[in-house]
Design a protein around this ligand. Structure first.
Ligand code: HEC
Ligand code: HEC
Ligand code: HEC
Length: 465
């Protein structure tokens, strides 16, 4: 009797709990629209195009080489693979039957038209900040793209994450819903920058580390994360850049994709800067003001070190002729003898460009200024060394050949150990060779994207050069 009663109570609780959860997770369907294309003004469409570029919608919603916005791109996550959806106005397989209200709800709350919760691989934890007005422009822009019939692909997630109602729990914990609230003590420009960077620009999706459940760790805002096989360096007070960033250098970099004291943007960041290039100057400056304020003023010590470094680099560059020798005389590599092979590879394969007097973005950066050489992880320098830097389509942009075919894992290890010791003076990197192996074999998949937004397989890059 007793046992039966306990079983009944437990069952009752499970049912009640289940019902409560179902109510908590339930979202209503929003009525479909007829599918006839509404009329939108040219101004609205132009703004929508700009905003879509800031949000980089096309990158996640397009399989390289296929129709724009038709979805199907696999996004690997620690929990399995999620496929982006078709956001063209096709009525059957895209968002052709979505009203503006349904679109706004997806952006603000991560819920689709039929009421299903969406995975935060769609960065609605950032897009929730977008104003109704800007959502209208984005909606107008998407609803006027070419409709493409493309069925969404099945996600491949670890059990039980395929069950979407669970996402209600994730949102309860981590989604801070609602448009950007201006901070009264800050200027209008700062607020504009915060709106763009935290919202559509979703800088934190890559630059803020994530917790075990894949949500942004807000205690380490902009503290450095990763994206598509690349390290997205810290862009707060712990930025590893040898020369501290400031409003001017940030604005220049975000607009042009390179800066003479910081090098070029690579991997997913190349695409970000490529997209931001189309924004009005005032918006770029606003983002730079906001990010610079998050970075804060460098300490006196950091500033003094940077001044010293800059003076050193500039005086070397000014010395005529053999820059290689000049650099050697200033920076004595610690234990250079053990890096004999690395030094030889460097001199033969890298110095020709990186110690030429050619200015950026076509000449290589002096490695003493490189964040990649000074960062805690060598991943980005491994990527660049193996796969090179592709040119952007139709543009004269920086080009570096990939060395995947010319150097084996051990040689790349030797080369990077030498570069680290010679150019950064920081502690040696561990496990470079294993990282090279994993990167080369695709165990650690890296996407190389030029700024035209079309992803290319890394293996093509060397061949193209
Ligand atoms: C980092 C990758 C990424 C970016 C950037 C991105 N999306 Fe998505 N989006 C996704 C993924 C993945 C899904 C599917 C989520 C799911 O199935 O739960 C999605 C789903 C959506 C949906 C729901 C569609 C449906 O049929 O359910 C809409 C609407 C959408 N995205 C619009 C946008 C817009 C507008 C932008 C640009 C402002 C954008 N996305 C940028 C990854 C992205
Ligand atoms: C899709 C991922 C992604 C997004 C979104 C993104 N970044 Fe980046 N960012 C990266 C990666 C990866 C790097 C490192 C690239 C490299 O090695 O050149 C980077 C590098 C940078 C750097 C250079 C840091 C240094 O010291 O060299 C700055 C500055 C920067 N990002 C700012 C921003 C801002 C501001 C935004 C938002 C407007 C943003 N990023 C959005 C991935 C991203
Ligand atoms: C054909 C010329 C060329 C050669 C050869 C070359 N590079 Fe580059 N490299 C460039 C250019 C151009 C850039 C882009 C400007 C920049 O950021 O330094 C670049 C960028 C880099 C960067 C990014 C630096 C930063 O932080 O911005 C790294 C790392 C790098 N190269 C490593 C190497 C290594 C290692 C070798 C030799 C194995 C090499 N490069 C050979 C032209 C070259």
């Amino acid at each position: 009797m007793m046992v039966v009663r306990i079983v009944l109570i437990v069952l009752g609780l499970v049912v009640l709990g289940g019902a409560a959860f179902a109510a908590f997770a339930w979202r209503s369907e929003i009525e479909p629209i007829s599918g006839e294309t509404a009329e939108f003004g040219a101004d609205l469409l132009e703004r929508g195009a700009q905003l879509a570029a800031v949000g980089n919608c096309i990158a996640c919603h397009t399989v390289p080489g296929e129709k724009a916005f038709a979805g199907g791109l696999p996004l690997p996550t620690p929990f399995g693979t999620i496929y982006s959806t078709n956001i063209t106005p096709d009525p059957e397989t895209g968002i052709g039957r979505w009203s503006e209200e349904a679109f706004r709800r997806a952006m603000r709350e991560g819920v689709d038209r039929e009421g299903r919760h969406l995975y935060p691989a769609f960065p609605y934890d950032h897009f929730t900040r977008v104003t109704d007005e800007d959502n209208r422009a984005l909606y107008a822009y998407l609803m006027t793209r070419e409709p493409v019939r493309a069925e969404p692909r099945q996600n491949d997630l670890v059990f039980p994450l395929g069950f979407r109602p669970l996402l209600a729990g994730w949102k309860f914990l981590f989604l801070d819903k609602g448009p950007h609230q201006p901070v009264a003590e800050q200027s209008a420009e700062w607020n504009r920058g915060a709106y763009l960077a935290e919202g559509l620009g979703h800088c934190g999706a890559c630059h803020t580390p994530r917790n075990a459940l894949g949500a942004a760790d807000s205690s380490r805002h902009f503290g450095g994360g990763e994206a598509e096989g690349w390290i997205a360096y810290a862009i707060n007070e712990s930025s590893p850049a040898p020369i501290p960033w400031n409003e001017d250098s940030l604005a220049f970099y975000l607009r042009n994709g390179w800066h003479e004291l910081h090098g070029v943007s690579r991997g997913p960041m190349a695409e970000v800067t490529g997209n931001l290039g189309g924004l009005p100057d005032s918006d770029i400056e606003a983002i730079a003001i906001y990010v610079a304020s998050i970075m804060g003023e460098p300490s006196d010590q950091r500033r003094a070190e940077a001044d010293r470094l800059l003076e050193e680099v500039r005086s070397d560059a000014a010395k005529s002729g053999d820059v290689v020798q000049a650099v050697d005389s200033v920076v004595q590599p610690q234990g250079s003898d053990i890096h004999g092979e690395g030094a030889a590879i460097y001199a033969a394969a890298c110095a020709t460009c990186h110690e030429s007097d050619r200015p950026l973005p076509f000449g290589g950066l002096d490695f003493r200024l490189s964040t990649a050489v000074n960062a805690a992880s060598p991943q980005n320098i491994v990527n660049v060394t193996l796969f090179g830097l592709p040119p952007a389509d139709g543009e004269a942009s920086s080009v570096m050949p990939g060395f995947a075919g010319a150097l084996d894992d051990r040689q790349v290890g030797e080369l990077l150990a030498y570069m680290r010791a010679r150019f950064s003076g920081r502690e040696a990197w561990d496990g470079v060779e294993e990282m090279v192996r994993a990167t080369r074999s695709g165990d650690y998949p890296v996407t190389i994207r030029p700024s035209d937004g079309i992803e290319r397989a890394p293996t093509n890059v060397g061949a193209e050069y």
